[in-house]
Design a protein around this ligand. Structure first.
Ligand code: GLU
Length: 338
């Protein structure tokens, strides 16, 4: 018969040591913000918020050498939290910016490391399984950036066999994998490393949202050319009919937030709607003014002209709170079409 095992008797000193270890683990988890999703409204009330954005995207979210964060995404986030604070009658909160790379955004929100993320973050059904979105607060389209001397890439149909870079965890990279299987896609961690690969001739083109590409083109004048990514002729793509000139993909930017606090999402939508209103006596809404300040009048005027053209397939003014684009029906392909 084997001797029955007895549970070891915990000695007081061991118990004390275990308690210390537990306390340290809890402190580390809290320091990492790993304490569950954050409620933006609570954070504003408590006086400090953690806002996620990109740190390397000129015009959108950029960390300047002194550490300050500038860009349209940063301005939109700041407007929203300050307006909500005004409505609650509390002081504007202290903002801590957190860099939120494309592939880590859902995790940062779910783990409570940020209150919100405005980081060129497209609203998608897939992401909405994990997080919620206020918005859309901006609409852009997938495009291509090539070196100015590269004459061989002028449309979507010139990409077969080419080396294209994009970023892991981004919708443009996913779109290329789904719809352009003959392209050699290289996925980087950030757009700044992707654009560096393009500058050094390591890839033929870079793909992501046009507004991001425009920021890099402006950062290095004369080095790059923007190529629109529209279907050059009518085509049937995975059972959906795309007429010539249809954008390859439309990206609706949202402010990513925890799913647990729908009231906060509704209030952010109200703040975004307010940002889109033109105040009496002003030429532009704070939203358009920020776009103009960050992207330049020429870029914004081009976007407006494109959206206003007769029969345009482009949008300029977003409608916060309207997510109907997620359910937009596909146009079926005509019989026999390829
Ligand atoms: N808007 C796209 C996305 O959310 C591309 C930009 C990005 O990676 O931040 O994936």
């Amino acid at each position: 018969m084997s001797t029955p095992r007895t549970a070891p008797v915990a000695r007081p000193r061991r118990l004390a040591a275990a308690a210390v270890v537990l306390a340290v683990v809890a402190a580390v988890l809290t320091a990492c913000g790993n304490s569950g999703p954050r409620d933006l409204l609570n954070s504003i009330r408590s006086g400090s918020v953690v806002l996620g954005t990109k740190f390397d995207q000129p015009g959108l979210g950029l960390q300047n050498p002194g550490g300050a964060i500038t860009g349209f995404d940063a301005t939109v986030s700041t407007y929203v939290v300050n307006r909500l604070a005004d409505e609650m009658g509390v002081p504007h909160p202290t903002i801590t910016w957190k860099e939120t790379p494309s592939a880590q955004r859902e995790t940062f929100i779910r783990n409570g490391e940020v209150d919100t993320i405005a980081a060129t973050y497209s609203i998608t059904t897939n992401r909405m399984k994990d997080v919620d979105f206020a918005g859309p607060y901006f609409v852009t389209y997938q495009g291509l950036l090539v070196r100015d001397d590269a004459k061989n890439i002028n449309s979507l149909s010139d990409l077969n066999g080419k080396k294209l870079c994009s970023v892991a965890g981004s919708t443009p990279a996913q779109n290329v994998k789904n719809l352009l299987p003959d392209v050699q896609l290289q996925e980087y961690d950030s757009y700044s490393s992707c654009v560096e690969a393009l500058r050094r001739d390591k890839v033929d083109a870079m793909t992501t949202d046009e507004v991001i590409l425009a920021g890099y083109a402006k950062r290095w004048p004369g080095e790059f050319r923007l190529v629109p990514m529209t279907y050059p002729s009518d085509v049937c793509v995975k059972d959906a009919w795309k007429t010539a000139g249809t954008p390859f993909s439309t990206e609706y930017y949202g402010i990513g937030m925890a799913k647990e606090f729908p009231n906060a999402v509704a209030q952010v939508n109200d703040a975004l709607t307010a940002m889109l209103q033109v105040p009496a006596g002003q030429q532009y809404s704070p939203w358009e003014q920020s776009l103009r300040d960050q992207l330049g009048d020429e870029t914004v005027d081009d976007m407006i002209a494109r959206a206003d053209a007769p029969g345009s397939k482009y949008v300029f003014t977003p409608k916060p709170g309207d997510l109907s684009f997620l359910e937009a029906p596909k146009t079926p392909c005509p019989e026999g079409a390829e």
